[in-house]
Write a protein that binds this ligand. Structure first.
Ligand code: VGL
Ligand code: ZN
Length: 205
């Protein structure tokens, strides 16, 4: 159980609860599926619920397999900056890209797909990794008069972190419910996420 009381001006932002980020997935986050029952309990309390779906074309530039002699979990320099290379994951129309089958989709009102442009990755629900290309989510939430964004899902240290940073940047009070997140934890990335979010003034609880 997560003890959280939502207000009407809150949005729940569910990040990437997809098969490839769960056990046996292509980019499995340890214990990733553990977030599902907690999120299912949360969704009923929010009047606005949006989910994101990592949605890559085959051969996406964030895949190590798209680069010669590159191993997953190493870094390369892209025109927009440093980019971690990943195993192939969340390829459009595959089982790995589908939401976890136990995730309660009934209360999810909108799905933001991201990472569908071959040449730029997108961790955040708001901006792609070039920090310029918008998904339109900020406008949607502002038009709905949302004041506070509550982030949950996978992975804490990548897509949840950057979504929460951007939510804060876009003027929303931002909360990350850590029990309903799991981290990949590459080279201290989970601690780095906590530090970056805390410094910004994002509430982690
Ligand atoms: C994610 C790495 C690559 C995430 C997505 O959902 O955190 N991480 N693509
Ligand atoms: Zn991805």
């Amino acid at each position: 159980m997560i003890d959280f009381k939502a207000r009407p001006s809150d949005a729940l932002l569910i990040i990437d609860v997809q098969n490839d980020f769960c056990t046996d997935g292509a980019l499995a986050v340890p214990d990733g599926e553990a977030v599902v029952p907690l999120i299912n309990q949360l969704v009923t309390q929010f009047t606005t619920v949006i989910a994101t779906q990592d949605w890559h074309p085959a051969g996406h530039s964030s895949f190590a397999s798209s680069h010669t002699d590159a191993a997953p979990f190493t870094m390369i320099t892209m025109p927009y900056g440093e980019q971690t290379l990943w195993p192939d994951h969340c390829i459009q129309n595959t089982h790995g890209a589908e939401f976890h089958e136990q995730l309660d989709m009934q209360h999810i009102q909108g799905i933001i797909r991201k990472g569908f442009r071959s040449d730029v990755d997108s961790y955040s629900a708001f901006y792609e990794n070039d920090k310029k290309t918008t998904t339109g989510l900020s406008g949607l939430l502002h038009e709905r008069k949302i004041k506070r964004v509550v982030c949950v899902g996978l992975a804490y240290d990548y897509c949840v972190r950057f979504s929460a940073e951007d939510a804060h940047q876009e003027g929303f009070e931002t909360i990350v419910l850590k029990d309903a997140c799991r981290a990949i934890d590459l080279d201290g990335s989970a601690d780095a996420a906590t530090q970056a979010l805390s410094e910004l003034g994002v509430t982690i609880r």
